[in-house]
Design a protein around this ligand. Structure first.
Ligand code: PEP
Length: 252
């Protein structure tokens, strides 16, 4: 019912020529992986070149961020209509943006609405900090982020959620499959409350946080987990290919 998705978040890595090289490295192998959706999210400046390279392939493109205004005097920002000519997906509310660029749920909500208006599919990121988990606040924080980020959003239409515990991102300390499955189950319940059971069952919810070829199966075996948002390991062609291949071979 839910096609698994593996999305690579390249973060602020790769020049245009490095991005071209990486796509050329992963492209042929990824083309052979069937039954899952494969998405790469290079930096803005590489999206045009990436678009040319993946044009004839099954690899889809995503951006890593978007601004919520359509156009105007917002020097340095990139709007949803600009991205809509280049990508299908856009990561919104990544914890690094929340942490370093002070993005609140309110800002994330505006970005989700702008992206949807332009026809983009958001990959909405939520996740608790270590302090919040240790204080027993995971459910409250994560479901609160989901509800506030989706306030006033009438239809999800292909929106993807990524559960990314902040303590697991880029730390090498992944959550366990069980921990991720449990929290993703809570997120699905929140979606069910907001949009009904059918939509909740159709909505893909990914896990993100130190996913590698060595642990991807642990996550993908869990019933609530529909894929992964992969940071560090998406920059190594051999690792990203292995993560995609292993996910596809589970035939979920
Ligand atoms: C991310 O950036 O979304 C991420 C999950 O990073 P990493 O896989 O490196 O933890």
């Amino acid at each position: 019912m839910r096609i698994p998705m593996i999305a690579g978040n390249w973060k602020m890595n790769t020049t245009v020529s490095e991005a071209t090289e990486l796509i050329n490295e992963i492209g042929p192998g990824l083309e052979e992986v069937e039954g899952i959706e494969k998405v790469i999210c290079p930096p803005f400046v590489s999206l045009c070149a990436a678009g040319d390279l993946v044009q004839e392939s099954t690899i889809k493109l995503g951006a890593q961020n978007v601004f919520y205004e359509e156009k105007g005097a917002y020097t340095g920002e990139v709007s949803a209509p600009m991205l809509a000519e280049l990508v299908e997906y856009v990561i919104i509310g990544h914890s690094e943006r929340r942490q370093y660029f002070h993005e609140t749920n309110e800002i994330v909500n505006k970005k989700v609405k702008a992206a949807k208006k332009a026809g983009l599919k958001p990959i909405l990121c939520v996740g608790e900090t270590l302090k919040e988990r240790e204080a027993g606040q995971t459910k409250e924080v994560v479901t609160g982020q989901v509800k506030e980020s989706l306030a006033g959003v009438e239809k999800l239409n292909g929106l993807v959620i990524a559960y990314e515990p902040v303590w697991a991102i880029g730390t090498g300390k992944a959550a366990t499959g069980k921990q991720a499955n449990e929290t993703i189950g809570l997120i699905r319940s929140a979606i069910s409350q907001l949009y009904g059971k059918d939509i909740a069952q159709k909505t893909r919810i990914l896990y993100g946080g130190s996913v590698t070829p060595a642990n991807v199966v642990e996550f993908m075996k869990e019933p609530e987990i529909d894929g992964a948002l992969v940071g560090g390991a998406s920059l190594k062609a051999i690792d990203f290919l292995s993560i995609c291949t292993q996910t596809a071979s589970l035939g979920k």
